[in-house]
Design a protein around this ligand. Sequence first.
Ligand SMILES: NC(=O)c1ccc[n+]([C@@H]2O[C@H](COP(=O)([O-])OP(=O)(O)OC[C@H]3O[C@@H](n4cnc5c(N)ncnc54)[C@H](OP(=O)(O)O)[C@@H]3O)[C@@H](O)[C@H]2O)c1
Length: 194
Amino acid sequence: MKTYPSAKDRISGYACDLSSPDLEANIHHLFAQSGDKLDHVVFTAGDELAITKLEDATLERIQKAGLVRFYAPLLVAKHAVKHLNPGPASSITLTTGSVSEKPNKHWTVVASYATGLHGMIRNLALDLAPTRVNLISKSWCGDDTVVGWDAGGSDGRVHEDHQGEVYDGGDWETGGCGGVISVDFIYCWSEKTD
Ligand SMILES: NC(=O)c1ccc[n+]([C@@H]2O[C@H](COP(=O)([O-])OP(=O)(O)OC[C@H]3O[C@@H](n4cnc5c(N)ncnc54)[C@H](OP(=O)(O)O)[C@@H]3O)[C@@H](O)[C@H]2O)c1
């Protein structure tokens, strides 16, 4: 609303903690606040990536890594459908990343959930029909220049090795990573039916 003050009368926002043990109650509360006349639900939340060596991946860490990135979108879809206008014009769009198809070393925990989202949306599309269910799988996008944590992901190096390094998106074959505007267009396109 700070960025688009002219739209303040038609935009509203509600906070929802997706990493809490009260995840489902929080999501239920979120939709209760947003009402029953929704056309589209888009899920883009993501917490810190649980990049870790497999020997350090305890059950507790694995479960924690899935809260925001796997269990939350599943429960959002479950509750969203009750608040969407019925029919194929309505949609739910979830988000995953390219690691769901192209592995990175030490990303097994992250990739397991990321790839699981492909199966999730195919089955949701059946369970929630006629509401459409989409999945956007992004590669690197945002700022071309990134410091540190993800610098060497695609060739198997992990963030600990790259603290303080600057990764220049010019290394991409296209000369840069996806911009925010072009990514936003993909979400808008997924909502369209014509
Ligand atoms: N950027 C990329 O290169 C890239 C590549 C592949 C996939 N993706 C995926 O695309 C999605 C969006 O990425 P992004 O780069 O836009 O991420 P981002 O800028 O880090 O934004 C993440 C969002 O998730 C929210 N969030 C984090 N923890 C949360 C929690 N516990 N409860 C509720 N919301 C929480 C944050 O809210 P606050 O601002 O309030 O903290 C923030 O709005 C993520 O799922 C990411 O994995 C991104």
